[in-house]
Design a binder for this molecule. Structure first.
Ligand SMILES: [Fe+2]
Length: 367
């Protein structure tokens, strides 16, 4: 994980890092309006001075390929030499691809192939997350929505790592409650999935469990009181650690199944992952006997069933739906979700073999 990470009230250092990266003109990639309304964008522009700034501020949640193309087009047309991703995972993912492509003639679509091929290094990139969940600031992944196929596609390449991640929890205090809940669940999914991923190893295990220690006691607090800066800070640290674990392991089946839930039914990403996570805890436990005790201990529960129930209870407490039917998804949709929920690399990374029948059963458990 080669990203230079700074944690704390560190946005003020962005000018120093941009100068270190040799920038003369930065493209800030961010989401629609929110960042401007809360003043963070204006503050960032001021902090980057004397570096010139262009802004691309129309990244939508779960961005489509057109958005990636547009960001790259603006980067080239305006002759920027640094990309800054500001916001949640979506703008940061778009910024990472634009930076990796840099001045090359490759298109974004060429990156979303398996395996991802990038013709040499692009431009430097700084990630500034304003949510606590996606971990995109420390991963080599970028995700594009593919509505035609009802799923998402991932790019995965070392050149997609940002050069610098400025993780400043104070930027999260204006995050709405629902976004806090959804992104917090994404961070929990990253921690648990990277812990049991086939590609996990002792270092990622440590990061994943430590992430849970920070997240689990603080997600309720951050949802109940948005200005609780201790809880916000713990959430930001937990999400960062979970992202660091994920950067080396990749996600597993819960993330894979989330893709059609988000693209077709509009379920927010973190919630879409967490919906099946309690069932996957029960399903995967027999395949990771050596790991279960430390997971239960970290979660403060005595059995696998209690762990699944604790997660479900947490979702209820932060106001999240726990059933597909609460989201308007009926049993007749399940075969379609099963068909579109197989991201091969993520399913293959699940510790226990997942078949269509298994996915069908798990979805019916949460119907
Ligand atoms: Fe995720």
């Amino acid at each position: 994980m080669p990203v230079k990470v700074v944690f704390g009230e560190c946005l003020s250092q962005i000018g120093v890092f941009a100068a270190e990266l040799g920038a003369s003109k930065a493209l800030i990639v961010t989401g629609k309006r929110a960042m401007r309304e809360h003043g963070v964008l204006d503050r960032m522009i001021g902090l980057l001075k004397p570096i010139d700034v262009e802004v691309f501020d129309t990244v939508e949640p779960n961005p489509a390929m057109e958005t990636f193309k547009e960001a790259h087009r603006i980067l080239r047309d305006r002759h920027c030499d640094l990309v800054v991703g500001l916001g949640g995972g979506s703008p940061i993912d778009v910024a990472k691809v634009a930076a990796a492509l840099g001045n090359k003639d490759q298109t974004p679509a060429e990156l979303f192939t398996t395996p991802t091929r990038i013709d040499g290094r692009g431009l430097p990139m700084i990630a500034v997350p304003t949510t606590s969940g996606t971990g995109s600031e420390v991963t080599p992944y970028s995700i594009v929505s593919d509505p035609e196929n009802g799923t998402k596609k991932a790019a995965n390449h070392p050149y997609l790592y940002p050069d610098v991640a400025l993780v400043d929890p104070s930027l999260c205090k204006t995050m709405p409650r629902k976004v806090t809940a959804d992104t917090g669940l994404d961070a929990i999914s990253h921690a648990i999935e990277s812990y049991w991923a086939k590609r996990s190893q002792p270092i990622t295990d440590s990061l994943a469990l430590e992430a849970l220690r920070h997240i689990l006691p603080n997600l309720r607090r951050a949802c109940e009181n948005p200005m609780d800066m201790e809880a916000r800070s713990e959430m930001a640290l937990g999400a960062l650690l979970a992202g660091m674990a994920l950067s080396n392991t990749m996600a597993t089946a819960a993330h894979s199944i989330s893709y059609p839930l988000t693209v077709r039914f509009g379920v927010p990403h973190g919630l879409a992952c967490a919906l099946t996570l309690p069932s996957f805890i029960r399903f995967n436990a027999p395949s990771i006997p050596g790991k279960v005790p430390r997971l239960l201990q970290t979660m403060g529960v005595g059995s696998v069933n209690e762990a699944a129930e604790a997660l479900r209870r947490l979702m209820v407490d932060i106001g999240e739906p726990v059933r597909l039917s609460d989201l308007g998804i009926g049993g007749d949709e399940i075969p379609w979700i099963v068909e579109h929920g197989f991201s091969a690399a993520r399913v293959a990374n699940n510790p226990r073999e997942v078949t269509g029948k298994v996915v069908d059963e798990i979805l019916r458990e949460v119907l």
